[in-house]
Design a protein around this ligand. Sequence first.
Ligand code: 13P
Length: 259
Amino acid sequence: MKLVVGNWKMYPKTLSAGKKIAEAIKKNGTRAHLRGRRGQIKVVLCPPACFVAPLLGQLKRSPIAVGAQNAFITDEGAFTGEISPAALKDLGVAYVILGHSERRALGEDDTVVAQKIIAAVKANLKVILCVGEHVRDDAGTYFTEVGKELRASLAGLPKSETKHLIIAYEPIWAIGAKALRAALPKDFREMSIFIRRNLVDRFGKKAGFAIPILYGGSVDDRNAEGFLSLGGADGFLVGRASLDAEKFSRIIMAAQNSR
Ligand code: 13P
């Protein structure tokens, strides 16, 4: 199955604009779901937290799932401003993005990410764990950086819970409007082999091979196909292009058409 996830970050600025984008994606995404074989593709929209509930209502009878961009390390307590994973699940949220580099840049470390992952899987949410290096150097230290991040973020996660786990490889240098470029499909392939080996070492062959590895970082409707066919991506975590219904729909179609 290919997974196509839209991370809207803090956009759009109004609910009405978000609903418009979601409606257009719903139309095209539903077509892709219907056209493909059952279970061939899954589309998930992760809007800003305050838009999660209304979008869940809007997308209720569609195959498009709604995800959250964050959840806290515990289900309850006096933690002003935090989001309970259990409450997200109760709303109907299926996925949560954790360990995104933009949250790590705000101070979230591997220990917190690991705690959040445990709490999220306990609440029965599927976790999209983001990992990625700051820069690519010739010495290959980016492998060490990603390996360390992966191991530390997954500390304490039992093998029995890996069915809830998805990894998104998002090289930080490729994310956002200021990025020089997206990674190349070969960059992704190389890193996904490394990530896969780490997952197999950690969880064993069967569980390690079953965990999807997505690519994220300047994915658009022009480069998506290459990541699927040459890179072997199991799908995408899309930022900017997921706010453009036409572009995002073309990315969905690329995933639907790939094997
Ligand atoms: P862009 O697709 O805008 O580069 O963002 C990637 C990202 O951070 C998705 O989580």
